[in-house]
Design a protein around this ligand. Structure first.
Ligand SMILES: Cc1ncc(COP(=O)(O)O)c(C=O)c1O
Length: 518
């Protein structure tokens, strides 16, 4: 049998959209189309992607902070192909895979803190599930604490610790014995710990949703409080780890934090093979794997797979060789300085939250009357809407991928590969500045693009008109019906497609929207 991958790809080129609509997730395709992100990428290298037309994109999302070493890093690719060529065994299970031992030793060397046992996983959420089980088993207590706004994954245990209602809704009942504490609130944490039933507190050093940074000292004190009350302290470094924030772990910048477990994943994969690791104190480990008949009491079929271990080892080698932690610090500082310098000029920008190359740009209500009205009415329509006026032109005019930091928040999030260059930083800053100039021009094309999104989001939800109970909502209805200022072919809306008529760009079908809502 001949299996020709290049031929399969070539024969099906251009069909990703229709295949996904037919067989995978049509709603996701609809959402991508709505915001103009429905591109088919054919090549990727480091921080760049190329589409079928050969256009190059700067990737400031980095696969949700997976591609720390850049996409298709030659060393990672070579390591993976060498492994395959060597015909090495993988997933024998009744053996001790050598590569897993080597990777465990390397991770321990970097993480330190007496976290002497390593459990390998295939994803972030699996690491959190393991941590939940280990906490309960080691303490004999039932309850896990998490922070409001947190994100630890979407399997049932992790979801029970998800601080965002938008992810939890519809999946009730959630497992019992999970309690939220307010973000960054030591007094609230201690109150919950004092109830005496807490097995562990699971915390992201910097929350991925919103890029929320704890006050300095919070994490160290939280670990002390946990130990005082007989609970374990678990640090979720799934997103912040492997140099994302400038040091190997984010807690490396936080003073005397004493975790009982550190959970890694994402960046360890080299952007290729799913892998994760839970580093754990021996005393905890020995409570779980306590007897011969419990030697594999927690496990999974694919963990310690050869390719995953090679991806981890190669990633660590690139991380050292290219000093990616330092690079993350330097490039992150340049981005922060450039962005902060724009705050006095652009009313919508409220603050920059940044550690290394984990950056949140927070937008807020502007001071001038016209812009304030525009802000109010877009938010009255949908509190997820405003930020699309930033991500869409970054994509359509500047070919830069960026993302919203979470539901119902006006925060743009950047987690690019740690390999980005000075040129990329300058390109991003110049592009962002142009987008800000457009956004601060009202009426203007950026606001037209927002209206298109609003109208089509309503349609996609099966609503023919927005609610108009409040005066803000009534203003929003008027705004949706007002004539557009954009010329045909305006870059902001050229790529946006009407979900009802996907063959038509929005600016061709916009008359229809005005009739519909006018
Ligand atoms: C902090 C954090 N924890 C856990 C997870 C879940 O990881 P995964 O998607 O690999 O299950 C994520 C994913 O975004 C994350 O950012």
């Amino acid at each position: 049998m001949v299996f020709d991958l290049a031929n399969i790809l070539e024969k099906n080129r251009g069909q990703a959209d229709s295949l996904h609509r037919a067989h995978v997730n049509p709603k996701w395709m609809q959402a991508l189309k709505l915001i103009g992100f429905d591109r088919e990428y054919v090549r990727a290298q480091s921080q760049y992607l190329w589409d079928t037309q050969g256009n190059r994109y700067l990737d400031m999302i980095g696969g949700y902070a997976v591609c720390n070493v850049g996409r298709n890093h030659p060393l990672v690719c070579k390591a993976l192909t060498d492994f395959l060529a060597s015909q090495a065994p993988s997933m024998v299970h009744f053996d001790a895979p050598l590569l897993a031992g080597i990777l465990a030793r390397q991770l321990k060397g970097r993480v330190g803190r007496d976290l002497d046992r390593v459990f390998f996983t295939n994803s972030g959420t699996e690491g959190i599930e393991a941590a939940i089980k280990f906490c309960r088993c080691a303490t004999g207590k039932p309850t896990l604490l998490y922070e409001s706004g947190s994100f630890h994954g979407l399997s049932t245990g992790s979801l029970a610790m998800n601080g965002c209602a938008s992810f939890r809704d519809g999946f009730e009942p959630h497992p019992l014995h999970f309690r939220a504490v307010a973000f960054n609130d030591l007094a609230a944490l201690e109150r919950e710990l004092a109830r005496g039933d807490v097995a562990g507190f699971v915390v992201e050093p910097i929350q991925g949703k919103g890029v929320n940074v704890h006050s300095y000292g919070f994490l160290a004190e939280a670990s002390r409080l946990c130990h005082k009350h007989g609970a374990l302290f678990v640090v979720d470094e799934i997103q912040t780890g492997i140099g994302r924030t400038g040091s190997f772990l984010a807690i490396d910048q936080e003073g005397a934090v004493e975790p009982d477990m550190v959970v890694l994943s994402k960046g360890l994969s080299g952007g290729h093979v799913p892998v994760g690791a839970v580093l754990c104190r021996t005393v905890v480990w020995e409570k779980v794997f306590s007897r011969l008949d419990r030697a594999v009491v927690h496990s999974s079929t694919f963990h310690m797979g050869g390719l995953a271990m090679v991806a981890g080892l190669a990633t660590l080698a690139v991380y050292d060789d290219e000093q990616l932690g330092d690079r993350s610090t330097q490039m992150g500082a340049l981005l922060r300085n450039g962005l902060e310098a724009m705050i006095p000029r652009f009313e919508f920008i409220r603050s920059i939250r940044q550690r290394g190359l984990m950056i949140g740009i927070e937008f807020g209500k502007p001071s001038s009357l016209t812009l304030r009205t525009a802000w109010r009415i877009t938010n009255a329509l949908d509190d997820n809407l405003f930020i699309q006026a930033v991500t869409i032109p970054l994509m359509n005019e500047h070919r830069i991928l960026s993302q919203v930091a979470g539901h119902s928040m006006s925060v743009l999030k950047l987690t690019p590969p740690l390999t980005i260059s000075l040129d990329d930083v300058q390109h991003f800053l110049a592009s962002f500045e142009r987008v800000m100039v457009g956004l601060h021009r009202l009426p203007g094309p950026a606001w037209d693009a927002l209206r298109h999104i609003a109208v089509n989001a309503l349609r996609a939800r099966g609503e023919s008109a927005p609610r108009n109970d409040t005066s803000d909502q009534r203003e929003a209805v008027e705004w949706l019906g007002a004539p557009l200022s954009a010329k045909d072919g305006d870059e902001n809306i050229r790529h946006l497609r009407d979900p009802a008529e996907p063959s038509k760009p929005l600016n061709e079908s916009r008359q229809g929207h005005q009739n519909h809502h006018g």
